[in-house]
Design a protein around this ligand. Structure first.
Ligand code: ZN
Length: 79
């Protein structure tokens, strides 16, 4: 029995632009993975470069520089 170690890919939805009520206070672009519920957020500040944040399906912020794994896809592949 072998285990393959690779990062399952997210399937990103079409981007949604969010202007009001964002956590960052800036305009944001959100894309959601329907498999695991992770939301990829690009924050667009009025001045300066945009940056990337992540929010899990549970609403928690993801810490780290790398793209979080798609846990739902990983579970599906493991079964
Ligand atoms: Zn995913």
């Amino acid at each position: 029995m072998t285990t393959t170690l690779r990062s399952p890919r997210h399937r990103w939805s079409d981007r949604t632009t969010v202007v009001d009520g964002t956590v960052s206070g800036c305009q944001e672009t959100h894309r959601r993975c329907p498999q695991c519920g992770l939301i990829k957020i690009t924050v667009h500040p009025p001045h300066g470069l945009p940056w990337r944040v992540w929010r899990t399906a549970a609403g928690a912020a993801w810490q780290g520089d790398r793209t979080p794994p798609c846990v739902a896809a990983a579970a599906a592949e493991a079964s």
